[in-house]
Ligand binder design. Structure first.
Ligand SMILES: [Zn+2]
Length: 252
């Protein structure tokens, strides 16, 4: 059976995250597993791409499994390692009014360490999560005023201060770019701005000094469930729901 074009597209997109498609040789072997559902009429319908395999001969081997978590689809390799995420996003749009480092504090009038970036923005402007994460703290926090702290993978964290309003709760999962609060001037502040901090292993570092990517890694029960799903899928006999595209031309 030929592979449905939608699944082939998804296949190429997922493989392309791991291997430049131009490097795939004509001797490459493709392997895909497509979700199959039987409609009430008895007709078989092909659904999502579940597994994408590529044995590129000289150009290497890729095995990717579709993994859905909290409604979000990611592609993981056989070891449970996911896509590379891009660098952290800036959490608000505006001019950086104060950088990271020692400065004379405008309110307290003595020299102290400024542990983040100040981004000048209008009262009520949205503040967005710099990356996917979990809300570790959301509430009043002394001079920070209304403050949100997010934990990200790889020992990274971010903090957002002086919010006029907090839009998340402790323990909540957030996605990169999701609105977590609104710019304000709560706590010790001279006017509406976002005070943004970045932490590596709990220590504040200069948000502008790093450009990093995070490799998502499944662990614990997720990893066990992932591996059992992978072996279950790979045990599907050829000619079942497992399809091989007839032509490698599909990968152009
Ligand atoms: Zn600040």
């Amino acid at each position: 059976a030929g592979a449905p074009s939608r699944a082939v597209e998804a296949y190429i997109r997922s493989i392309a995250t791991r291997m430049p498609i131009g490097r795939v040789g004509s001797d490459a072997e493709f392997d895909i597993i497509v979700e199959q559902a039987r409609a009430a009429t008895g007709e078989v319908q092909l659904g999502n791409l579940l597994y994408a395999g590529l044995n590129g001969g000289g150009s290497g081997k890729v095995q990717l499994l579709r993994w859905e978590e909290d409604g979000k689809v990611s592609w993981y390799d056989g070891a449970g390692k996911g896509e590379r995420k891009g660098t952290m996003a800036m959490p608000a749009s505006g001019r950086i009014s104060s950088g990271f480092g020692l400065r004379r504090h405008p309110v307290l009038r003595f020299t102290r360490m400024h542990k983040g970036l100040d981004i000048a923005a209008g009262h009520g402007a949205p503040i967005r999560a710099a990356n996917d994460g979990v809300v570790a703290f959301a509430g009043r926090n002394g001079g920070y005023g209304n403050f949100v702290r997010l934990n990200h993978s790889g020992g990274m964290g971010t903090g957002y201060g002086h919010m006029s309003r907090i839009a998340v709760r402790g323990g909540q999962r957030v996605s990169r770019g999701q609105v977590i609060g609104y710019v304000g001037s709560t706590g010790i502040s001279t006017g509406p701005h976002l005070h943004y901090e970045l932490y590596r292993n709990g220590v504040a570092i200069n948000p502008r000094s790093v450009s990093f990517s995070v490799v998502q890694q499944l662990g614990g029960n997720d990893l066990r469930a992932f591996k059992s799903k992978l072996s279950q899928l790979l045990a599907v006999p050829v000619g079942g729901t497992r399809n091989k595209p007839a032509k490698t031309d599909d990968a152009e």
